[in-house]
Each structure stands twice: as structure tokens, then as C-alpha cells.
Design a protein around this ligand. Structure first.
Ligand code: DX5
Ligand code: ZN
Length: 217
């Protein structure tokens, strides 16, 4: 089954409690953490993880689009994130950071911006629970998916299968029903979607439809 991780980036933040309840059928809650340096936007501090977990049963994955993940990752782990995803482009000692994240008992993932090659993962892939392939340039929701990223997913799936690894593949940005099946066919295990889910009056219907996408078609 495809897992769904709604992003609350573009939800109605003035009614966060209700918005979080609308996505309870999902598998994860995707928290887009932006520091205004790594990306030109500023969003959620660790206290949002704690607040969200007080009203939602969903595990929280914190997508850290930040220039100092060594400092921030432990804060999001302590606040209750079950998974922490850091950008390969934003860290110097990636192997050590992934170790630290797992020592907090969190799943660990690495995100790649669209232009970053898969080779950046070569010596860390066996340590990862998940790779997040950015299908837009990070910073904002509601963008168009970059179609070349579908082949990037296919190439990553080939590498994971060849190395017989258990690492999952997640995509983030611009996912809609024109590209979702193509992404699943390419090997995606987890879909992040924000606009597609929250721009619909019935987010749970959208989550159900995304979950129904068949793998291995
Ligand atoms: C970009 C963000 C977005 C968001 C989902 O930095 O990570 O990709 O999660 O975007 P949409 O609204 O396109 O699903
Ligand atoms: Zn994200």
C-alpha cells in the first residue's frame, strides 16, 4: 500500500486543530520546517510537533529545510517526531547526523533537491529508513511537479533493489492525480501532498484515493 503524508504547510493555520483532524486517515503528518536561510520561507518550530501530537494520533515526520540540522534535529526529535528528514545539501557531517537521529529513536531520512544527484547517497543509503526526492524546489507548497523527478525515482528504486536495501522512497511537491500513479509505478512508497489534499472539501476522500493507487502495476 502507498503511504500518505499530508503536508500542513498550506492548510488553514488559524484552525490547525480542525485541519489536523481532517487528515487522521493518513499514515504520517508531514511537517515542513523552514528556517528562512536554506529556503526563502520560515515555518514551524519544535513546539508545533508537541502541539500537533497533543491532538493527532499520526506519527510526525519533520522535513528539516534548514542550514543547521545538527542543532535542530535533536530538538524536533525531543519534541516527538517519529521521523526526521534532513537535506544532504544542508549538512557537513551527514553520516554522524543520521547516527544521532537514530540514537534518539527516530527513523532517519535524507532529502535531495531536484538538481542533487543520487550519487550523494552512495555511502549513506544503507543507513537510511527513507529518501525524500524533492519533486519541486523546496520552500513553498502549490508548485508544479518537475517531471524529470519521476525518472530520478525510477533510478533510485533500481539502486535500492540492486543493493537489496530496505530504504523507502518518498516524494514531496506538486503531487496530483495527473502524476501520482506515474510516481507509484516508478517506485514511490510514501507520497507527501499538501495542496491536493487541503484544497479539496473532503481531504479524507483524497487520502483514500491516493492510498488506492496500485503498486507494481
Ligand atoms: C516544499 C514543501 C511542499 C509541500 C507540499 O518545500 O515541502 O512540497 O510539502 O507541497 P504541495 O502543496 O505541492 O503538495
Ligand atoms: Zn516537505
Amino acid at each position: 500500500m502507498v503511504q500518505i503524508a499530508p503536508s500542513i504547510l498550506n492548510c488553514n493555520l488559524l484552525d490547525l486543530n480542525a485541519e489536523v483532524k481532517k487528515i487522521e486517515q493518513a499514515d504520517w503528518l508531514h511537517l515542513d520546517v523552514m528556517d528562512g536561510h536554506f529556503v526563502p520561507n520560515l515555518t514551524f518550530g519544535p513546539m508545533f510537533v508537541t502541539a500537533i501530537k497533543s491532538v493527532s494520533p499520526l506519527p510526525v515526520e519533520s522535513h528539516l529545510m534548514v542550514t543547521n540540522p545538527d542543532f535542530l534535529a535533536p530538538l524536533y526529535a525531543k519534541a516527538g517526531s517519529q521521523r526526521i528528514i534532513v537535506h544532504a545539501e544542508g549538512v557537513t557531517h551527514l553520516h554522524q547526523l543520521i547516527r544521532n537521529i537514530k540514537e534518539f529513536g527516530c527513523q532517519a531520512g535524507v532529502a535531495l533537491n531536484p538538481a542533487t544527484p543520487l550519487s550523494a547517497l552512495e555511502y549513506i543509503l544503507p543507513e537510511l529508513d527513507i529518501v525524500l526526492i524533492m519533486t519541486v524546489n523546496p520552500g513553498f507548497g502549490g508548485q508544479e511537479l518537475i517531471p524529470e523527478m519521476i525518472n530520478k525515482v525510477k533510478d533510485l528504486k533500481t539502486i535500492i533493489n540492486k543493493r537489496n536495501l530496505a530504504c523507502k522512497i518518498e516524494v514531496d511537491g506538486g503531487v496530483n492525480f495527473d502524476n501520482a500513479q506515474l510516481l507509484v509505478d516508478a517506485g514511490v512508497d510514501v507520497i507527501v501532498a499538501g495542496t491536493l489534499i487541503y484544497n479539496n472539501p473532503f481531504p479524507s476522500d483524497i487520502i483514500g484515493k491516493l492510498k488506492g493507487l496500485s503498486k507494481g502495476r
